[in-house]
Design a protein around this ligand. Structure first.
Ligand code: GAP
Length: 436
């Protein structure tokens, strides 16, 4: 990795820790590889990403059904879906000298250990699912789900029976998934506990290509809405032999991360693979009756899959900006307003002037009372104004509002723009609409 890109990643990781976005999981015990905890601003950012997704792909549509399925599922699901087999395993090699393990397909030299130079052993397949035992006696084997998708396939019949939807329609879910990655790396890019936002979109078999194209555009509509620049997204048509075992066509949406161009999202045509496999394995009828055509069929599936953690990282790395303002270097996160954890911060110019503090509190409380922005308005009276601006810039707050002596006379405040640093005087009455 070029030095400046390496530096950028280090800067992002350090800003995330310093400002309360992302912490190492289990940090005080030395960590647990591949796990991270989202701090106060990180969780707001993540919630904004998820809320917008849910709004665009569930609430604003007429053909989508939401779901929140259990993470623990009957082990037979994973046998039927092909996840217990070779389809969900990565090639692993172990060094005979230092016993470090590596993903064989990530190594340039498959004979020599990159850590100690020792000889690497035989390549074998390593299944990525976390196995667990259910019940007091631990009699029943189960797995932590490696994708949210299967929850939607095994509830297909429930949705049909309760809602009688007509094709095409989709089931959407946001939730945790777990993968025992051989080499978790690149901060929150490849983790062992991850979050996915997935749609299983059910179509007539002959309609899959049309639907595939529609979801392809929907991916960009979403990345535009959260502010990921199109110039940093690149499509990769995944060739035969490299697609997941269930897919007949896959496009990876890759993003220019600081450590290289890597998969951000996937769009797959899963055919009727999952529904037919579950119908065979469970003995249940998972077909759909097309009333108009008087025909029974097993729908085919188009699946856009969005990783939340990778979305957070793509947003952080495209928003991270260094510039000079007022002759001083500064760092700021140029978040799109839709995802910024804090939409506006309110400051009294001086913290030791009760009349300013009182007025600033009033402005703060009235903005906060607007329920849609409840958590997104911050109060800051620490240090001088310059320091407060820097702090808000670093967490990507688009607007800063300062209450000064003039406010007491004419009920106007200064509204400062994060990106330009420009300030204008606006009336207190207009603040709510300006911030919105
Ligand atoms: N249901 C389809 C599916 O799970 P995938 O390509 O294996 O397909 C979908 O994963 C998305 O989940 C990826 O595009 C990525 O955003 C995210 N993802 C997968 N593995 C991940 C990991 N170990 N860490 C973080 N995100 C991951």
């Amino acid at each position: 990795m070029p030095k400046e890109k390496d530096d950028l990643m280090e800067k992002i990781v350090s800003l995330c820790k310093r400002r309360g976005f992302v912490y190492q999981g289990s940090e005080i015990y030395g960590g647990l590889a591949g796990t991270y905890d989202y701090g106060p601003y990180g969780v707001e950012l993540k919630n904004n990403i998820e809320d917008l997704w849910w709004r665009m792909f569930v609430r604003e549509r007429r053909d989508m059904y939401g779901l929140d399925a259990a993470i623990l599922m009957n082990e037979k699901i994973w046998e039927a879906s092909g996840h217990t087999g070779a389809g969900f395993a990565d090639p692993i090699v172990e060094c005979e000298k230092c016993h470090h393990r590596f993903r064989a397909d990530h190594l340039e030299n498959k004979k020599k250990c990159p850590d100690c130079g020792g000889a690497l052993g035989e390549e074998r397949q390593f299944n990525l699912m976390f196995e667990t035992k259910v019940g007091a006696e631990g009699a029943q084997k189960s797995y932590l789900r490696p994708e949210t998708a299967q929850g939607m396939f095994v509830n297909f019949k429930n949705i049909i029976d309760s809602f009688h939807p007509r094709l095409p329609f989709g089931i959407a879910q946001i939730g945790k998934a777990f993968r025992n990655e051989i080499a978790p790396r690149d901060f929150i890019f490849r983790v062992r506990e991850l979050e996915q936002m997935e749609v299983e979109y059910f179509v007539r078999p002959e309609a899959w290509e049309k639907s595939f194209e529609e979801w392809r555009s929907e991916v960009y509509r979403y990345t535009d809405a959260i502010g990921i620049p199109r110039s940093q997204i690149h499509e990769l048509e995944v060739p035969d032999g490299e697609r997941a075992h269930y897919s007949k066509r896959t496009i990876d949406f890759e993003f220019d991360f600081p450590f290289g161009r890597k998969e951000l999202y996937g769009l797959a045509y899963r055919t009727d693979f999952d529904l037919s496999s579950h119908a065979n394995a469970s003995g249940q009828d998972l077909s759909y009756l097309d009333e108009e055509k008087k025909e029974r069929l097993v729908p085919h599936v188009v699946e856009p899959s969005f990783g939340v953690d990778r979305t957070v990282l793509a947003i952080l790395s495209s928003a991270y900006t260094e510039d000079e303002l007022g002759g001083e270097p500064r760092t700021y996160l140029k978040f799109n307003k839709s995802v910024a954890p804090i939409k506006a911060a309110v400051f009294p110019l001086l913290k030791n002037k009760p009349e300013l503090v009182k007025k600033a509190r009033k402005v703060y409380e009235s903005l906060k009372a607007d329920s849609s922005k409840l958590k997104a308005i911050a109060w800051d009276d620490n240090g001088n104004i310059g320091k407060r601006y820097r702090r808000q810039d670093e967490i990507g707050t688009p607007a800063c509002i300062t209450i000064d002596f003039q406010t007491l006379e004419d009920d106007t405040v200064t509204l400062r723009n994060r990106d330009t640093g420009e300030q204008e005087r606006v009336s207190v009455d207009s603040l709510a609409s300006r911030i919105a």
